[in-house]
Design a protein around this ligand. Structure first.
Ligand code: ZN
Length: 233
């Protein structure tokens, strides 16, 4: 799960903090900051991304128009999360923690908690997966939840890109390929899958981090290995 930087409240033309009269009005600002990705499943969606309330607005009306309570969510993550009460410290969050370290992905589209986490963090990571239903793997023709199938497809694309990159490298053309790979990855979404597939290639990972708008770059060291973002993760 990509760690993101929401940044401070956007400003009006006169330099004052923007006041949102409707949460939907924050959509463009959120996309400008973090790209057109669901904050949880990391799918890229050119439309239908909604302004998601980290703490549900129905239970926390004072946070309905609060910038720090906004992320972008797809229909599946948003509707699964719904109006469940959310106690922030019980979960790992993409705008708070280095969630890139929290989960592991497999080429069959499945996602799990990173086994290297401490027991306490495993509980929080699992709660995040459950909150938005990232371990739902419906396998029927009419299923609307295609997040896991899209992850599986992302693996195929990223592995194909890896083969092309290795072949280009063997011909001395690695550098030309790297920027293109960054663009290709961000055009496909699923940040952590691309980072996992290109794990052995820091120069490519750097392009991926740079290309996905709003990735929290403080979550990576100069060799693009993940760093803890908070005392927890
Ligand atoms: Zn989603």
């Amino acid at each position: 799960m990509r760690p993101v930087e929401r940044g401070p409240v956007p400003l009006e033309a006169d330099g004052s903090n923007k006041v949102f009269t409707s949460y939907g009005n924050a959509r463009r600002d959120l996309i400008d900051r973090m790209g057109q990705y669901c904050a949880y499943c990391n799918q890229k969606l050119p439309s239908s991304l909604a302004v998601e309330h980290v703490q549900p607005k129905s239970l926390n009306p004072t946070l309905e128009l609060e910038w720090s309570n906004f992320l972008l969510g797809c229909t599946n993550c948003n509707s699964t999360k719904g109006a469940q009460p959310v106690n922030l410290p019980d979960y790992l969050w993409p705008d708070v923690h280095n969630t890139h370290m929290a989960f592991s992905y497999t080429p069959d589209g499945k996602i799990d908690v990173n086994p290297a986490l401490s027991d306490a963090l495993k509980v929080k990571a699992q709660k995040m997966l459950d909150l938005v239903g990232l371990q739902n793997y419906p396998d029927n023709a009419t299923a609307s939840d295609r997040r896991w199938l899209n992850r599986k497809e992302a693996f195929v694309k990223a592995n194909l890109a890896l083969l092309l990159y290795q072949s280009a490298s063997a011909k001395g053309a690695a550098e030309e390929c790297e920027k293109l790979l960054g663009f290709w990855a961000c055009d496909n979404g699923f940040f952590s899958i691309w980072m996992q597939v290109f794990n052995a290639y820091p120069t490519v990972k750097r392009q991926i981090v740079l290309s996905f708008k709003g990735t929290a770059d403080t979550c990576f060291d100069t060799d693009v290995n993940p760093l803890q973002r908070t005392a927890e993760l």
